[in-house]
Structure formats: C-alpha cells, structure tokens
Design a binder for this molecule. Sequence first.
Ligand SMILES: [Zn+2]
Length: 270
Amino acid sequence: MMSEDNVANRFDRQKFLGGNAQEQITAFTVGVVGLGGGGSHLIQQLAHVGFQHYVLYDFDTVSFTNLNRLVGATVEDAEKKEKKVKVAERLIKGLQPNAIIRSHQSRWQDEPEDLKTCQLIFGALDTYLGRKELEECSRRYLMTLVDIGMDVHTGQDGIPIIGGQAIISAPGGLCMRCMGFLTDEKLAQEQALYGGIGSRPQVVWSNGVLASTAISMAMNLISGWTGAAEQSLYLIYDGNRMTVKPNRAVYSIQEPCSHFPPEAVGPVIL
Ligand SMILES: [Zn+2]
C-alpha cells in the first residue's frame, strides 16, 4: 500500500493544476471505450496522471499486427492472444496498484451498466456509428465524452495523408453533429462499406498525439488550469504538417444543440 505522503509527493510536478485537481482526479471514474492504438495511450496517460477508477471496454485480443502501436503490449501478448483489457489493466496496475478497474471484454452496448457510472468517457473507436452510439449514451447519462480518431488516406498526388481529431462532447454543449463531425452522409457511406472497411492504417505517433491532445483537453476541463474562457472543443490533427489546430468553424456556431434535448436523459422508456 502507498502511504498518503508518497501519494502526495508523487504528484508534486503537476501541482500547478491547482486547487483540488488531484482530489478530483482521484475521485473521478473514467471510462475508456476501445483499447487499441489510441486507447492504449489514453490508459497510459490516465494512469500516470493519477486516475484510480476505471471502466474499460474492448472485445479484442492482441495480434502481431497490433504491435506497431499498442502501448503496453508485448510479443508474448501477441503470441498468446492476450485480451486487450488485460494489457490495459497491467499498464494501470503497474502505476496505480490500488486502482479499481472494471473491465469488459465486450462491446459496451452488451454490458453498459458500468459505463453509466463514469463522469468522463474517452472514446477511441473505429467507426462513426460507434461514436454516434457512444455519444447518445454519454448524453443520456450526463457524462462528458472525449473522442479521438485518426485516418490515413491517399491524396491526389498519391501521398498518404494522416488526419485526425479530438472532440469534447459535453452535456448541454455542442454535440458531434452540431460540430459537423457526425453526418448522415458519413454514417451512410460507412454503412455501405460495412464488412469491407478492412484493416485501416494506424501508427503509434499519430495515436500518441491524439491521445495526448484528448488528455490535455480533459485535464483543462477538470482543473481549468489554463484559465482560458473558451475550452477547445474540436481540435484537428494534420499528421503531414504535424500540427494540431482548433476547428475554428465550431466557434461561430451560435445555436444550442437541438439533437439532445435536456429532457432526453436517463433510461429510454419504450
Ligand atoms: Zn447537437
């Protein structure tokens, strides 16, 4: 067991977060949905920052093709097809031995009860549909969602283009539809490809940038340490120029979200 003194000393270097930030970090329950390339970086950082309560979801196991990016996974994990939730648990426990981890080797939709106990959810999912469903749940149960995603496609000149985004969708605020990130067109296109999406290109450094960006956003949300009046809600990663910039279009949206009315909370009554 770690003594209180050790715990206090341990976070000396992040005291600038101020006030009771560390107490909040300790008290919060964070959910991470998707423990692949992006999610594994999130886990690592959440554990270093000091989170103690986790709800984890990933139905997948480790394969050799994951090892180019899956933080915490080893060759042995790939050989024995270790569960990704187990790799995440090991990573957390190595830094936070007393952490309380509720992990599910399933889709969150199949075992949603634990998810609803989170204050903050990180989504690191592959699909727009997955994000849509996770956002719907996060709104219903008044949880803040921080979503990350990356994509590699080929530009007109044949050069690979790495892009990505980190988005905060908080109850009462703009949602991913308001921000223009989730659209019916994207969902329909994805549905048309269903089963044919294949294995998408993914690299460790882009996932790292996006996860770090998401954690930055979340830490400011929790502590307000930057003192900025406006929280960045939608940051765009350009992996070719190696920049992260705000999506300025979001700042000009005046209308409140109409997609999630305030009364649409709690369990769905059929
Ligand atoms: Zn909306």
